[in-house]
Write a protein that binds this ligand. Structure first.
Ligand code: 3EB
Length: 364
């Protein structure tokens, strides 16, 4: 399945896990599933599988019903797997996929609380420190993309919004690991599920340093004003990595961060999910234009991307899907996930990627 050479050293298959449930074949499926991110609220969906990570979040079908979906990432060439400090990883010579899950209860300690750090803040700081330690040890210095998932992201505890607790811990994790927190920071998304451990997965590269792309329509997140919290979120609007090949779009790996209906630093179209979808896509189009400006060979258009859409209300899926297909094209692949968006006034957030072979085994 993976003999073809691809510049990004990655390929992805999106699988309907309900189709895989039941008796399994000869074990080759099992092995292939080892780099899989599972989106499912049922732990039982895992029985017999050996995934890297399960995000306790449901995927959604077009009719709004829940679905269990797997995102299987395959690395080309010789792959090494391992675990260190709770970070599970697999890598080839160029690219590393890693994941960590930390229960906040583990950090409900007197020592941490003495420092005035909430358990979520400590878990976030620890997750990032452990990830950077691993990347330093294995010599994968360049982060391509982080995905962050945390429980009750819009909730409050210790008088601080939980997304802000995460932001403080993440930024401290970066700083304590000697990483920049402005400018060339990694692309990312951060969204919420109902309950479960802090979950972070990521890709890093050994030899290729990605370019961080910002969006001229938006203030950089790391420069958001104080009204959004004491510490800014540490992410760029997209990252683009170039491995060199004759086919430009095949050799640029593009990860667009979670993108919402924000212009400047303000949420727009509060209460209108269609207008928020349109604004988010206008932001992604601006990011693609900016990517092309700084890297002229990276000539992506909206129709070239695969999308992951975080939806606050399951009943909005059909309308959002229609709007995306109207703007980006009817053949566009979109995976919907039922999530809380980090600002309470946002109903939808859209991320995207391109530049690697994708096999889509879902109906839409
Ligand atoms: C925004 O633009 C919407 O904290 O890592 C998008 C992508 C958002 C990443 C993060 C947050 C993050 O501010 C929220």
């Amino acid at each position: 399945m993976v003999d073809s050479i691809y510049a990004s050293h990655l390929r992805c298959t999106v699988l309907d896990l309900d189709k895989l449930a039941g008796p399994r074949g000869d074990g080759s499926t099992l092995q292939e599933l080892s780099n899989t991110v599972l989106f499912s609220r049922q732990a039982s969906d895992l029985s017999g599988l050996a995934p890297q990570i399960r995000v306790p979040m449901a995927a959604l079908k077009a009719d709004g019903h829940e679905q269990a979906v797997g995102e299987l990432w395959q690395l080309g060439g010789d792959v090494t797997q391992g675990a260190a400090h709770g970070v599970r990883y697999s890598h080839n010579d160029e690219v590393l996929f890693g994941a960590i899950q930390l229960a906040e209860a583990e950090f409900d300690t007197l020592a941490g609380c003495d420092e005035g750090k909430t358990p979520l803040q400590q878990a976030s700081e620890a997750a990032y420190q452990r990830i950077f330690q691993l990347l330093d040890a294995l010599d994968f210095p360049h982060i391509l993309r982080f995905w962050n998932y945390l429980a009750d992201i819009n909730g409050y505890s210790h008088d601080v919004e939980r997304y802000q607790q995460f932001n403080i811990g993440r930024q401290d994790g970066f700083m304590r690991s000697g990483r920049d927190v402005m400018g060339g920071v990694p692309a990312a998304s951060a969204v919420g599920f109902r309950e479960g451990p802090l979950t972070v997965y990521f890709f890093a590269a050994r030899n290729v340093r990605p370019l961080a792309i910002e969006n001229p329509r938006q203030i950089s997140a790391y420069e958001y004003p104080q009204e959004y919290g004491p510490r800014s979120p540490t992410f760029s609007r997209a990252s683009i990595a170039h491995w060199g090949s004759d086919k430009p779009n095949d050799s640029h790996l593009l990860f667009v961060s979670g993108t919402a209906s924000i212009v400047g630093h303000q949420s727009l179209h509060v209460g209108d999910v269609i207008a928020q979808t349109r604004e988010s896509l206008a932001n992604i189009a601006a990011i693609l234009q900016e990517a092309k400006r700084v890297q002229p060979a990276a000539n992506f258009s909206l129709g070239d991307l695969c999308y992951k859409v975080y939806v606050r209300h399951a009943q909005d899926v059909a309308a959002i899907r229609n709007e995306i297909q109207r703007i980006a094209g009817v053949t566009t692949h979109v995976l919907f996930l039922h999530a809380d968006i980090c600002r309470h006034d946002l109903l939808v957030e859209i991320e995207a990627s391109a530049g690697y072979p994708m096999q889509w085994d879902l109906p839409c």
